[in-house]
Write a protein that binds this ligand. Sequence first.
Ligand code: HEC
Ligand code: HEC
Ligand code: HEC
Length: 419
Amino acid sequence: MSVKRSIRKSLDSGIFAMSLATLAFASGASIAQSNSADIERGRYLATAGNCVSCHTTAGGAPFAGGRRFETEYGVIYSTNITPDTTTGIGAWTEQEFAAALRKGVRPNGEHLYPAFPYTAYTKLNDQDVSALYSYIKSLPPANAEAPKNELKFPYNQRWALRFWKMLYFDEGRFEPDPSQSAEWNRGAYLTNGLAHCGECHSPRNFLGGQSTADAMTGGELMDLVPGGFSRKWSAPNLTSAPNGLESWPLEELAAYLKTGRNEFTDTFGPMNEVIMNSTSQLTDADVRAMAVYFKGLPANAGKAPKTPSEAVVAEGSVLYDIHCGICHLPTGLSTEDEEGGATLAGNPVVQAEGPSSLINVILYGPERPNPPLPMRWREMPGFDDKLTDDEVAALATFLRTAWGNKAGPVSAADVAAQR
Ligand code: HEC
Ligand code: HEC
Ligand code: HEC
């Protein structure tokens, strides 16, 4: 890489714009320094992209791959992205790495599965891809072969992904919106690119394709529940709709992403890794930019919910008073003292179109991040051995209509599917 190019890259980066390496010209030392600035910047970008969560198994070497993803189409494993030359990507050029990230193709022309969110990473600019490459190349190589995917026919045919891409993949870099602030644009770039929030929070059709019209109105995915089983989770609406983030002010959204907790709740479930491995490690300015972007999304409540039966709501209300009210209070609001629980009124998870995350919390309790945040309320127990499917369904249905909440009824079959 030429010194000029690496200096330009360092200058382009907000974080290292002041780096002294950019002031020293042409000496060998400055090349080494600007390379290390590139690696540092790449490390930050890899954190923003949360590469480590998907490319690492429990107890495995970081980035060595092999993490199992259960999907409707079968099981897929992440690959080794350390610079090992036989089992990793050590032999890849920067161009080949860029093509994987932004086009979803391997050096041998094979198409990659969109379980790898290149549908979002395609937005990345050249400098960021290059810094990511420098960082990945600086990792210790780990010799580890990813297990073979166990996908059903026809999903096990990589060539068929060509047609999927024609339908659902728009390759292309991020285009700033000149009518918005620099902060909003930074937030949009991070959110829709590296942070790939929409990969979970936007709905998909039966082939896993997403449309822009209902972006960020909520989606569903498979992930582990406490006990180690893979179950459905619903990711809530993140637009400013009443069943989304309307009740969360910008500062509270930023606090949640930065620290895993805010006035309303503590993180639990799939967001634990997103926050602990990624957003909590970003600069305050970048987290705030993402919050600015989300709070600017026009409200889109998604599909209108069905109205639940009054008898079921009444039954759920009684169960709530018996099992939940002691912590969540008759008001469904959190407290500042340790006697309370999370806010359920206006809560995005409670009102998500898919009820799976709400059911998971009731059955298994909210799984805390690792390492856990200091306790501020009493720990919520799981109710899987205390409540029947019908009771959990009635409770969930009640929560989804109480205190002005607006979401559809939950059935006993929905609950049974999460056991
Ligand atoms: C949501 C999970 C997820 C995240 C986040 C993720 N990856 Fe991956 N990645 C995968 C999976 C799964 C595959 C395997 C895809 C396949 O087999 O077609 C993969 C494949 C790849 C490949 C192709 C490797 C090969 O051997 O063909 C590269 C390169 C890669 N990822 C780099 C990255 C980088 C860099 C980041 C962070 C910026 C990242 N990934 C983030 C899941 C993820
Ligand atoms: C791997 C999938 C996934 C990704 C990626 C993801 N989310 Fe989530 N998110 C979820 C799920 C599932 C829930 C509901 C359960 C939970 O809170 O873990 C959720 C919940 C939330 C909530 C509501 C929390 C609450 O307790 O009310 C917010 C806010 C949120 N996500 C924001 C984001 C933002 C911002 C990003 C991008 C930086 C993001 N999410 C990326 C899956 C994801
Ligand atoms: C002993 C106190 C306690 C009891 C009893 C309790 N909860 Fe909780 N609940 C909490 C606390 C504390 C949290 C937040 C902790 C966290 O997210 O890590 C929480 C979180 C939740 C959440 C997730 C909110 C969000 O989106 O962040 C839901 C939903 C919920 N509780 C519903 C219920 C229901 C329904 C019952 C009754 C079956 C119940 N809780 C009983 C204390 C309690």
